[in-house]
Design a protein around this ligand. Structure first.
Ligand code: F6R
Length: 263
């Protein structure tokens, strides 16, 4: 696992965007990106949007697969992940909406939503670069603690903690959906690269458990320790509980010295 510690959240977005852009260029014009929603990746998306705007990155042939969707929110609800991905990813990155996919959270057909989504990812050739955030309880996607480390896309129930964390996007806690369709941990592990971004002290415990704790379903993000190409980009606050922070800094300083910024 590569751990990059940045001075602040703004820099996390710049480094995250540069890292994803580099991997996208390597993958070629029909790169397949995996996209998280929430606050964490917004800076990364803004950096990518800037590169696209300046003609330094062309994502017009890219496909995108969102990680998750709430069950029961119509796609045109402003907080449905269909709408959020459209607003924060599809439009600013100049993507073809026909190639942007979000799990189907409609109650009708819910029992097949996971398999249908897995089939669509497979048909696209799999995800090249998966962009991730992390929940304060260590979830990635909406794989809450105790999720199977081998899980595939399916319906999950959100924890009270996650609903409280996401309450800020809704008028009241009652409006925060209780269930979701999320890519599984096994699905996320299949991505060829994983880039996780996190900032703020509220993520410090989860980040330490993910990077330095045991691989355990109680911290679902710890499954990334089994991924061959996982990059974790955090600010000082989110890194504050990492015991080996000095080592991660020295690795980055060595790389910078030898190759210039590796991202
Ligand atoms: C949502 C997702 C979640 C979020 C996590 C952190 O698509 O994948 O795992 O990344 O809940 O959310 P923020 O970034 O809002 O703190």
């Amino acid at each position: 696992m590569e751990v990059i510690i940045c001075p602040d959240a703004r820099r996390v977005g710049e480094v995250g965007g540069a890292k994803v852009a580099g991997l996208a260029r390597q993958a070629g014009p029909s790169v397949v990106l995996g996209a998280a929603t929430g606050s964490s990746p917004l800076g990364t998306y803004a950096t990518l949007a800037g590169l696209v705007l300046r003609g330094e990155l062309d994502l017009s042939g890219a496909s995108v697969f969102a990680l998750d969707e709430y069950v029961g929110l119509p796609p045109d609800h402003p907080e449905s992940y269909h709408a959020v991905i459209d607003r924060t990813v599809t439009v600013p990155l100049g993507l073809d909406p026909a190639r942007v996919h979000v799990p189907d959270g409609a109650r009708a057909g819910l029992s097949t939503a996971g398999v249908r989504y897995e089939d669509t990812i497979k048909a696209a050739g799999g995800v090249d670069v998966q962009i991730l955030g992390i929940g304060s309880n260590g979830h990635i996607g909406f794989n809450e603690p105790a999720s199977s480390l081998a899980s595939r896309t399916r319906v999950k129930t959100l924890t009270e903690q996650t609903r409280l964390d996401n309450r800020r996007f809704f008028a009241s806690l009652d409006e925060v959906p209780v269930r979701c369709v999320t890519q599984g941990l096994g699905t996320i592990l299949d991505a060829r690269h994983a880039v996780l971004v996190a900032s703020g002290a509220g993520k410090a415990e989860a980040v330490a458990a993910m990077v330095e704790g045991p691989v355990t379903a109680m911290c679902p993000a710890s499954v990334l320790q089994l991924h061959q190409h996982a990059t974790v980009i955090v600010d000082e606050d989110a890194a504050s509980l990492l015991r080996h922070a000095d080592y991660y800094r020295s690795v980055q300083a060595t790389l910078l010295n030898e190759q210039g910024a590796g991202y």
